[in-house]
Write a protein that binds this ligand. Structure first.
Ligand code: C5P
Length: 223
């Protein structure tokens, strides 16, 4: 049977904690990748730790958002880390996306749409008057134009993205219980896969407390 795919968000500044997350989540029922974001990659020892990882699927969640020259230079600056996946905000604009794609090499370049912590109300506060769905539909078009390798969106928007974008879809904002924390556009793991997500991203619900138990809870939920 096809195995479900999960990126575990390794959000911590502690190398010890990240080592434990990787060790305790090893599992033959799921394909697991490890996502390192702003917290770990900006920590004192985070970059060095990632540079030494071998034989695991790695995701550098830098969420680049800047002018074309700065983004492409930043991507060149992390080449040595050989991430399998890298993220860039689609809101950086088509020129930036194209420039980034030119230099991303073997790393899959994944476009981040509207963050899953944003709802329609917070979007209006920023000054956007279109709905989240409408913006994400447009962002999927940009991702396609720039030939990106994947999209990050909430599992609630997969069907709009899929109308346009046929490559990998990665969905954070996943919860199997009521603890949504700061996430607003949330769906359960089962619903996310049913909607067509290729990869789930899960952080706190896996990494807080007993990691092995949390993975088992996820597997039970997916049955
Ligand atoms: O702990 P939780 O499951 O909410 O973690 C979700 C992870 O996915 C975090 O590392 C967060 O930075 C990332 N992420 C997200 N929403 C996006 C893109 C990435 O929550 N749109």
């Amino acid at each position: 049977m096809k195995k479900n795919k999960l990126f575990i968000a390794c959000d911590s500044t502690s190398v010890k904690k990240i080592t434990k997350i990787i060790k305790d989540s090893k599992n033959d029922k799921l394909i697991i990748g490890y996502k390192f974001g702003l917290e770990f990659l900006n920590s004192k020892n985070g970059r060095r730790y990632v540079s030494k990882l071998k034989n695991i699927i790695t995701f550098g969640d830098y969420k680049f958002s800047d002018i074309p020259n700065t983004c492409s230079s930043a991507i060149r600056a992390i080449k040595d880390l050989n991430f399998n996946y890298l993220t860039i905000h689609i809101s950086s604009g088509l020129e930036t996306l194209k420039a980034a794609k030119k230099v991303s090499g073997n790393s899959k370049l994944i476009g981040v749409t509207i963050l899953t912590s944003i709802d329609d109300k917070s979007l209006k506060e920023i000054g956007f008057n279109r709905s989240i769905k409408n913006i994400i539909y447009r962002q999927a078009k940009l991702a396609k134009k720039a030939n990106l390798d994947g999209i990050v969106c909430s599992a609630k928007e997969i069907k709009y993205v899929k109308k346009i974008f046929k490559k990998e879809i990665i969905t954070p904002g996943i919860r199997y219980d009521k603890k949504t924390h700061d996430q607003k556009r949330v769906l359960s793991p089962k619903q996310a896969f049913q909607n067509g997500s290729d990869w789930l991203v899960m952080g706190r619900s896996i990494t807080k407390g007993n990691i092995k138990k949390n993975i088992q809870t996820l597997l039970n939920h997916l049955k």
